[in-house]
Design a protein around this ligand. Structure first.
Ligand code: MN
Length: 273
């Protein structure tokens, strides 16, 4: 049984190595990861330049592209047949709440799900040092559950690990995404030539503390497991927006002959002299 391991921190990342080692106990691991850090590339796909793949070890490849490129190349080209599981990480830093929209780590798991493979993203809380051994332990535990029980269609798992030693983590909590606010996210500076430039580098101001949120679990020292789905349709809002349809109707649809269902003939008006 094959398992694909990828990440967005790049092929050199210690988190990737820890994850690949943990997955090796469950199956045949294939590592296909970006050749350099690609954090916060979200679901970017490289379309306008060629991608290079380098074999750098046994079933280990670096790719000159994004995490989503890596998953596509691995599943559709490099691996002899699709894996049973895609695991992305272990990321340096958590991916909580809105982070999942920016994260290359999560997007790799999204791409695996799109391609029909059970997928999980794993992210580790930390500052300069990261307890990847703790993340690796829980990655293996959850991966084993996925392989035994399966996951619902179009559903991936976003796993976040608190920065605590293993013995002080009581377990895993199933959570929902939280929301966050940024404090002053755009930092303005002036370069040596007197021109203004910007850093998008805000610090977190606060999190909404909804019950059972992913942020709350990490703050309390519990592993957070959030099921995410591909379909982001807001079904509760469908009727509200359907009320806009009559207002947004075009002239041609108002003039449409309901008997024939055809558009009115405008040729006469266009050719009028
Ligand atoms: Mn990253």
């Amino acid at each position: 049984m094959r398992i694909l391991v990828t990440n967005d921190d790049g092929i050199q990342s210690a988190g990737l190595v820890a994850l690949a080692d943990a997955m090796a106990k469950l199956g045949e691991v294939w590592v296909v990861a970006p050749d350099r850090e690609r954090t916060a590339t979200a679901h970017a796909v490289t379309l306008h330049k060629p991608l290079r793949v380098h074999s750098i070890g046994k079933r280990t490849y670096s790719v000159s592209g994004t995490p989503v490129d890596c998953v596509n190349l691995a599943i559709l080209k490099i691996m002899p047949e699709p894996p049973r599981l895609v695991v992305s990480g272990i990321n340096r830093g958590v991916n909580l709440g809105d982070d999942v929209l920016y994260s290359g780590t999560v997007s790799a798991a999204v791409e695996g799900t799109i391609l029909g493979v059970a997928s999980m993203a794993v992210s580790q809380e930390g500052q300069n040092r990261f307890r990847f051994e703790v993340g690796a332990y829980f990655s293996a535990r959850v991966a084993r559950m996925i392989l035994e029980k399966g996951v619902p269609e179009e559903t991936l798992i976003n796993l976040n690990i608190p920065d605590r030693p293993l013995r002080s983590i009581e377990g895993v909590r199933v959570t929902a995404l939280s929301r966050r606010r940024f404090d002053n996210p755009i930092i303005e500076k002036v370069d040596p030539h007197g021109r203004t430039y910007y850093w998008i580098a805000g610090t977190r101001l606060s999190w909404s503390r909804s019950k059972d949120s992913d942020h709350e679990a990490i703050a309390e020292g519990v592993v957070s497991l959030t099921p995410l789905r591909l379909d982001t349709t807001n079904y509760d809002a469908l009727d509200r927006f359907r009320a806009w349809e009559p207002v947004l109707r075009t002239r041609s649809s108002r003039n449409r002959n309901p008997a024939s269902g055809r558009l009115p003939d405008r040729s006469k008006r266009q050719h009028r002299t």
